[in-house]
Design a binder for this molecule. Structure first.
Ligand SMILES: *Cc1c(COP(=O)(O)O)cnc(C)c1O
Ligand SMILES: [Zn+2]
Length: 412
């Protein structure tokens, strides 16, 4: 029994359902579900002081805010409590008062998706299922494979053929059954859906499973705690399917409702120019419609987002700012982060690229405080990292040649 959870509420028809581990979409209308908490219970059982004394340096330190029964034992990898840095030099470069980076590339499988996958594994265990499946642009897959491997579960993973090698290598290393689909993410998702129905595997697909966002929301809880509960003016994050921004917003709202923070930041929703169906919907004031997947930021190349409603709600409710960035702007932001010792994959740097652009466009005042979330590590996609950073000096082992190369580069 989860004492802190009231129900799973449909965001479309409002029907409330018992939050059993296997629940996916609304049994009544097919809508996406949201986990509803008893904030009185949370307030009574958790305080900021109590949290400060907790030794658990992982996302599970926020147990009272999470939809798990507490009896589960499958928490093998240390997910969450990722580094949080103030980066004054970057703030100055970008022209804002205060900038923090939350580096979620520092997670066991090197992306924010570990938060959702760790949750999926716990829920699969509660459901008594031993096989978990998903389709993914890459990181949901590698994080599921890693977290499932640690807990001894079997996985079936569907990825589009274009997934970067680093991510596919992770899948193979973690012992997943990998199906590389010659098609788009959309095609991949549909095939996985059919297979999951056919074989009854536990479903870790984005949006379909309401618990995943509850895992992802822990990034907001950590930001709040790491800022000593003083919220920034803005949080910048990259958006693909929409679960991450939805989770971020859910975490902030849960904290607010439970009295842990007294104001809500505005969210800067960043998509790639070549694939921005959700931001475009806000910008045009129209319903979203599919778009081509035309960006090198593979993790947010999602032409048919699976969680549009929660993502759009997050932008609207937070009085958010939609920003679309070009591939060049993403590569440039990768270098900006790199200059502060932070290595991001393209989608991981997109939030920072969007922030940079929003400041340039005057959408954000110079006295703002901002948190930029880096959602994945650059080591997953070294091809694009090299594109952003360039090639090293390459010479024969000869001092004369070194001197010449230095002269040419203006070094030394
Ligand atoms: C998945 C992912 C995102 C976007 O999350 P969505 O839930 O698809 O919106 C952003 N960055 C990285 C690195 C990701 O893996
Ligand atoms: Zn419904």
């Amino acid at each position: 029994m989860m004492k802190n959870v009231i129900s799973a509420v449909c965001i479309k028809c409002g029907a409330e359902h018992e939050a059993i581990p296997t629940i996916t979409t609304c049994p009544k209308c097919g809508g996406i579900l949201d986990i509803k908490y008893d904030y009185h219970y949370i307030r009574k059982n958790l305080t900021k002081e109590k949290l400060a004394d907790r030794k658990d340096a992982s996302m599970w330190r926020y147990m009272e805010f999470l939809p798990v029964s507490g009896e589960s034992k499958v928490r093998k990898l240390r997910v969450g409590m990722s580094p949080f840095y103030e980066v004054p030099r970057l703030a100055e470069m970008l022209g804002i008062r205060r900038l923090y980076v939350k580096d979620d590339g520092i997670n066991p499988t090197a992306s924010l998706k570990d938060r959702a996958s760790a949750m999926a594994v716990v829920k699969a265990e509660e459901a008594g299922v031993s096989t978990i499946a998903c389709s993914s642009t890459g990181n949901a897959a590698s994080s599921l494979a890693g977290n499932a491997a640690a807990a001894g579960f079997e996985t079936y993973i569907f990825v589009p053929e274009r997934a970067p090698k680093g991510k596919v290598a992770q899948l193979m290393m973690f012992g997943a059954n990998v199906i590389s689909v010659r098609g788009s993410y959309e095609d991949t998702f549909e095939l996985s859906k059919e297979a999951i129905e056919r074989w009854g595997w536990y479903n870790r697909n984005a949006a379909i499973n309401p618990y995943l966002m509850e895992g992802k929301k822990t990034v907001a809880l950590e930001i709040a705690e790491q800022l000593n509960w003083e919220m920034p003016d803005y949080i910048a994050i990259s958006v693909g399917d929409g679960c991450t921004i939805g989770g971020l917003w859910k975490g902030l709202k849960d904290l607010y409702a439970a009295g842990f923070i007294d104001r809500l930041p505005r969210i800067i929703s960043v998509q790639a120019e070549g694939c921005c169906p959700l931001n475009r919907s806000i910008q045009e004031g129209k319903d979203w419609y599919p778009m081509e997947e035309n960006t090198l930021a593979d993790s947010i190349a999602v032409g048919v987002p699976r969680n549009p409603d929660k993502a759009l709600n997050a932008i609207r409710e937070s009085d958010g700012i939609p920003v679309n960035v070009s591939d060049e702007e993403i590569l440039s932001a990768m270098k900006t982060l790199g200059s502060a010792g932070i290595f991001a994959e393209p989608a991981g740097a997109a939030g920072t690229a969007g922030l940079k652009k929003a400041v340039g466009l005057g959408l954000i005042p110079a006295d703002a405080s901002v948190v930029s979330v880096v959602t994945g590590s650059g080591l997953k996609d070294v091809a694009n990292a090299m594109k952003a950073a360039g090639e090293p000096i390459s010479i024969e082992p000869d001092m004369a040649l070194l001197l010449e190369a230095f002269r040419n580069k203006g070094l030394k």
